[in-house]
Design a protein around this ligand. Structure first.
Ligand SMILES: Cc1cc2nc3c(=O)[nH]c(=O)nc-3n(C[C@H](O)[C@H](O)[C@H](O)COP(=O)(O)O)c2cc1C
Length: 145
């Protein structure tokens, strides 16, 4: 089995209440458990960032379903790559809300969030990947609900 991860950003089509998010997570976790997919979903109105980890074909298949979901748009893959081990092995889909402190903790993230598709970030994919990995690292150990 080749382990693989995919990170994307998107924009929510409406403000997501805690109940909306819990509902989304409940279904996602059931499906992810069946597919042995793990990861983390982060929300900072109106942005989503999600990392999906699992077998390559399964991750791609899940992403193709997720990207068509009417709850978000501008779904854009930031990076995908083979991995040695999972960064979020404990979560069938962890969840956290991004705080201002989180944004400030990683240099460049605030700019990224405003314009994830800008040339600057597409032109320096490895820098962007490193910056996002650092950002995601902050959420490895907890899930909000
Ligand atoms: C931001 C976001 C993240 C999502 N994450 C997942 C996920 O990790 N796993 C999953 O199966 N579905 C996820 N979904 C839901 C799927 O898009 C889709 O609604 C669901 O898989 C459909 O399930 P059903 O057709 O069995 O009802 C997500 C949706 C959104 C908007």
């Amino acid at each position: 089995m080749s382990l693989y991860c995919l990170v994307y950003t998107s924009i929510a089509n409406q403000k997501m209440s805690d109940d909306n998010l819990k509902d989304l997570l409940k279904k996602s976790r059931l499906k992810n458990e069946r597919k042995n997919v793990t990861g983390m979903l982060l929300y900072l109105d109106p942005f989503f960032i999600q990392i999906l980890e699992g077998e390559e074909a399964i991750v791609n298949e899940s992403f193709n379903i997720i990207k068509q979901d009417s709850r978000h748009h501008k779904v854009k893959i930031i990076y995908k790559k083979p991995i040695e081990e999972r960064s979020f092995p404990n979560w069938t889909m962890g969840f956290n809300k991004i705080s201002d402190e989180n944004v400030e903790a990683v240099e460049g993230f605030s700019d990224f969030l405003q314009r994830p598709t800008s040339d600057f970030f597409s032109d320096s994919p490895s820098e962007t990947e490193k910056m996002l990995e650092k950002f995601l690292d902050m959420f490895k150990h907890e899930t909000l609900f």
